[in-house]
Design a protein around this ligand. Structure first.
Ligand code: FCB
Length: 443
């Protein structure tokens, strides 16, 4: 398949603050929950932390230069909340704002459109001490923080994402205990889901009054779910998993004013008392939906399974280094599903990419597997566009190899290889291939 994307399509790359910046406490920044979590022994593979990461806080100019070299049109990055509010709220740290001002100006000077993610998981530790996302008050703290960003950057930044993958924040951080803050409590998990939605909505409201010529959306993680058989039980299990883990959990409240059926059926008891009263405020119009997609899962009904009687069954599909099954066709179903079910004005793929076991040979990284992965997903994105999906841009995860959360530095997602001991950067073959895709607006 050979394909051309629509004119003006925004090809980009994505990163997140804690994963690339390093210098987490520089210039007056406060600790984030990822700082404390990664410094707690046993939480991260090999005891890795984000203390240095890609040293991007110091090397941001060089990294913007790399983006220029690739010809990217857009760059999605996140702001570290505790750099701006070291204590989570109250006093503002000007030096934190200065860093992002420098980064934004550098991007604009190279004609790269900045897309800001307001929250990509590095909550100020001080707020965690007050209950973090489980405390209702967090929604106002988030709105206060967002307002400062809109006021300081909104003159130059017109594309905003409130939250990155709120499902992961709630479940992986508060039920599975694998991410910060490392809790395991289903009630807390659903209070967090609800407060993330409230926080998102409050930020959108502030945005409408501060950046009148910008667009704002939310980014959601997705796994394409397929029922293991045609049995009604397996189909229902697959539908439950889809509504619980994918875009419906958040888009249903945002677009339709209530949680999806299967969520209410299975989890109503875990939500805060009187959660219904907040739903009208949550149903607030957004300008776009951000979709992250990596993988698919085959799902069956399993009466023995503690989690909603759902079980994921492994398939004989090729996998990435994360062990994630490669299912490009599922990407099409997710994109088409969002469009058909909620009809957002615009959709952006805010993350897609793959970790592979890259090796450097004579100063080069021959990552054919990543090129193949990306090409297959680009094809499905184009198919979605041809079928009417209003997809406006695509951000590859990631610009650089970086700190992959609980996996530390053991997983490499970058188009650019990072040699951590020297902080050298090497364009992988996939980066060179992507450069051509961007230049030709297709492949
Ligand atoms: C997503 C995260 C991103 C990155 C990729 C691999 O869940 O948003 O930060 O770690 O997975």
């Amino acid at each position: 398949m050979v394909g051309k994307f629509p004119d003006g399509f925004i090809w980009g790359v994505a990163t997140a603050s804690y994963q690339i910046e390093g210098s987490p406490l520089a210039d007056g920044a406060g600790m984030s929950i990822w700082h404390t979590f990664s410094h707690t022994p046993g939480n991260i593979k090999n005891g890795d932390t984000g203390d240095i990461a890609c040293d991007h806080y110091k090397r941001y100019k060089e990294d913007v230069e790399l983006m220029k070299e690739l010809g990217v049109k857009g760059y999605r990055f996140s702001i570290s909340w505790p750099r701006i509010f070291p204590k989570g709220s109250g006093e503002i740290n000007q030096k934190g704002l200065d860093f992002y001002n420098r980064l934004i100006d550098e991007l604009l000077s190279k004609d790269i459109i900045p897309f800001i993610t307001i929250y990509h998981w590095d909550l100020p530790f001080e707020l965690q001490l007050k209950g973090g996302w489980a405390n209702r008050d967090i929604a106002d703290r988030f709105a206060e923080y967002s307002k400062v960003l809109f006021e300081n950057f909104g003159d130059r930044v017109k594309h905003w994402i409130t939250l990155n993958e709120p499902w992961v924040v709630a479940f992986v951080g508060h039920l599975f205990g694998i991410h910060a803050p490392g809790m395991k409590d289903i009630f807390v998990t659903f209070h967090v889901v609800h407060n993330l939605l409230r926080a998102h909505a409050k930020a959108v409201e502030v945005f409408r009054n501060t950046v009148t010529d910008g667009k704002i959306g939310i980014t959601l993680n997705n796994t394409a779910v397929t029922p293991a058989s045609d049995s009604p039980e397996d189909k229902l299990a697959a539908e439950t998993m889809h509504q619980m883990n994918n875009y419906p959990l958040f888009l249903n409240p945002i677009f339709k004013g209530n949680y999806p059926d299967r969520v209410l059926e299975n989890a109503r008891q875990f939500l805060p008392e009187n959660f219904e009263e907040d739903l009208p405020e949550i149903q607030k119009s957004i300008d776009f939906v951000g979709i992250n997609y990596y993988s698919g899962s085959l799902v069956k009904y399993d009466p023995e399974s503690p989690m909603m009687k759902i079980k994921v069954v492994p398939r004989d599909l090729p996998k990435t280094e994360m062990g994630w099954e490669i299912e490009p066709e599922g990407f099409y179903r997710i994109l088409k599903g969002v469009h058909d079910e909620y009809s957002p004005k615009e959709i952006y793929v805010t993350e897609n990419g793959a970790a592979f076991d890259d090796t450097v040979e004579d100063g080069k990284v021959h990552d054919e597997n990543r090129i193949d992965y990306l090409r297959k997903h680009f094809e499905q994105a184009l198919r979605a566009i041809e079928d009417g999906v209003r997809l406006k841009g695509y951000f590859v995860w990631s610009l650089l190899d970086n700190f992959e959360w609980a996996e530390g530095y053991s997983k490499r997602f970058g188009l650019v290889y990072v040699d951590y001991p020297t902080q050298g950067r090497i364009l992988k073959d996939s980066a060179k291939w992507y450069k051509d895709v961007i230049k030709n607006n297709g492949f």
